[in-house]
Design a protein around this ligand. Structure first.
Ligand code: VTB
Ligand code: MG
Ligand code: MG
Length: 326
């Protein structure tokens, strides 16, 4: 291979360009942190992300976005974004993942985006997805969405060579998870219950030493599932997801998007294929990323940018001094 040959896939310049997109959305949302107004924070994040995205030289289509065209005025599924001049790409985004977290100023609200070659991201309806995820460094088959919480946690503890009591599972605090929570507690593992933000929850499994989270379990949004899978494609790790198509109406919606087997278990590569770029900027302080800080003369942001084809994990702390731009 020639020394300067680039890894096949998306233009690597895009990796850096993406940082600006999530930075801008995060700063906008962070101005409304802790104001108890989820909608307002979400709206400014959407506006900011869209404006920045449209500056990129891509011919992008939003495949995971803010909703269907009628319910989402901007960044709706199917919306074309970018200058139109550049590669055709699929985009999954959530300008403010964790609107409630932001409104309450609690940890781990993020601005998130993933970009992949056209046709590479799962086109999933906005329904629930059952998810299970662990970080990199474990042999294949340690987790299985159809196995019991006990089997999964025991296998993970064995693979990590620690007692079960040293495993921590992250689960969304929802009444629908009552049984799951009980089953996990019965294994002897600890649980980190989160109010929202399962994209962060899944990503946290990739660095247990830093975050204290070994495994993510439970049911959350399918769009958030695809975003999390895009991140794990880049960091390594294992994840399985199954759409919860529990009514004929949901089965029909999924069928319209090309999903013919309602019980299919999706592996990471089936949710995010090819070369994938992923960026997330902290809105509120979190376990991996700091939230936006507003100083007297500057604004500081903390972002991770990932690329699957090179497996690069970049952490970009930026000090923005041209405050008129924000
Ligand atoms: C989760 C959570 C998100 O939606 O995906 C959740 O991680 C699922 O829906 O932050 P419910 O709130 O109905 O349980 C969010 O809370 C919002 O996108
Ligand atoms: Mg959103
Ligand atoms: Mg969300």
């Amino acid at each position: 291979m020639a020394k300067n040959s680039v890894v096949a896939g998306l233009d690597r310049i895009l990796t850096m360009e993406l940082v600006r997109v999530t930075e801008r959305a995060a700063v906008a949302a962070a101005r409304l942190r802790g104001r108890g107004d989820e909608k307002a924070a979400d709206q400014v994040a959407v506006d900011a992300m869209r404006a920045e995205l449209n500056r990129l030289d891509i011919k992008g289509t939003v495949v995971i976005g803010e909703g269907e065209r009628d319910e989402a005025p901007m960044l709706y599924i199917g919306e074309e974004v970018g200058s139109g001049d550049g590669p055709e790409v699929d985009i999954a985004l959530d300008p403010l993942e964790g609107t409630t977290i932001c409104a309450k100023n609690l940890p781990n609200a993020l601005a998130v985006i993933a970009i992949a070659e056209k046709g590479s991201l799962l086109f999933a309806p906005d329904v629930y997805m059952e998810k299970i995820a662990i970080g990199p460094g474990y042999p294949d088959g340690v987790i299985d969405i159809d196995a019991s919480p006990y089997e999964n946690i025991r296998n993970l503890a064995d693979a990590k060579r620690v007692p079960i009591s040293e495993i921590t599972a992250c689960i969304l605090d929802r009444p629908r998870h009552a049984k799951l929570i009980e089953a996990v507690r019965n294994t002897g593992a600890a649980i980190r219950l989160i109010g929202d933000g399962d994209v962060a929850g899944v990503i946290h499994t990739t660095d247990p030493d830093e975050t204290g989270i070994d495994i993510y379990l439970g049911t959350g949004g399918a769009p958030e599932g695809v975003l999390a899978a895009a991140a794990l494609r880049c960091t390594g790790g294992q994840m399985q997801g199954r759409l919860l198509l529990d009514t004929p109406e949901k089965v029909a919606r999924a069928a319209k998007m090309g999903i013919t087997d309602p019980n299919k278990v999706y592996r990471i590569e089936e949710m995010a294929r090819g070369d994938v770029l992923f960026a997330a900027t902290g809105v509120t302080d979190g376990n991996m990323l700091a939230g936006v800080k507003f100083g007297r003369n500057s604004i500081t942001t903390d972002t991770i940018v990932l690329r699957s084809s090179s497996r690069t994990v970049r952490e970009i702390k930026a000090r923005h001094q041209d405050l008129d731009k924000f």
